[in-house]
Design a protein around this ligand. Structure first.
Ligand code: SAH
Length: 222
């Protein structure tokens, strides 16, 4: 937490944003958020990776067998969510907090839930410390969602789901969208589900490209 953000880090982020643009991320606000959020501060204090690898377009371990998502994936899902300022966004899988910080930088009010107590206990104060006051963290099972703060304009799942989590759809506002990696760990398709009316949904396959995610698992880990 005592690490700092330097001009070198800022320069590396600029390069990363250019790389992501070249890979097809077109939304300027998303690229700007990638340039703004200090990803190296989300790796965990004891990580040996953060200085050298934070601004490579790769996923990295953050403890508890979990990873900080690849920047391309974070940018891709953020773009797919079509965030409007003040949108209420539910994130399943807080992990390092990096995706939540990117969404907050896009102007969203973020509600993020994590099933690993240790990650929750590390990331909640980190986000507060870094000044992300519009992110609210919860410890719990994302399959249940966070009904107490529903309805959400957007829902993002940041772990691979083999089947649609049924309890999340009712927590989506009408006109709201949910973006999720559908499939298994090594081969996910990105889906976007739009709630057209109560009980009525449309589905788009955004990318047949295979994404890699850790699996979404049931229950909490203490
Ligand atoms: N958004 C994170 C990605 C972390 S990887 C980031 O930017 O770093 C996915 C995360 O989802 C992991 O931390 C994992 O513990 C969490 N997860 C998996 N299943 C979950 C569930 N049912 N509820 C909440 N979190 C879950």
């Amino acid at each position: 937490m005592d690490q700092i953000d330097t001009y070198r880090h800022k320069g590396l982020r600029k390069e990363l944003a250019v790389q992501l643009r070249d890979k097809g991320i077109a939304d300027k606000n998303v690229l700007n958020a990638i340039e703004t959020v200090p990803r190296h501060l989300f790796f965990g204090n004891d990580s040996i990776f953060f200085e050298t690898h934070a601004y490579e377009d790769k996923a990295f371990p953050i403890g508890e067998g979990q990873t900080i998502s690849q920047p391309y994936t974070v940018a891709y899902q953020s773009e797919a969510l079509q965030i409007n300022p003040k949108d209420k966004v539910l994130e399943i899988g807080t992990g390092s907090g990096y995706q939540a910080a990117v969404l907050a930088t896009l102007g969203a009010r973020v509600f993020s839930i994590e099933r690993h107590r240790k990650l929750f206990e590390r990331t909640k104060p980190l986000l507060e410390h870094l000044g992300y006051t519009h992110v609210k963290c919860f410890f719990g099972d994302g399959f249940e969602g966070v009904p107490s703060y529903a309805l959400y304009d957007k829902i993002i799942i940041t772990a691979a789901v083999p089947e649609l989590p049924k309890k999340l759809l009712p927590q989506l506002a009408i006109g709201g969208k949910m973006v999720l990696p559908f499939g298994n760990e090594t081969d996910c398709t990105m889906l976007r589900i739009t709630k057209q009316a109560e009980g009525q949904y449309s589905e788009e396959i955004l990318s047949p490209k295979a994404f890699a995610f850790v699996p979404m698992l049931k229950g909490k880990v203490f």
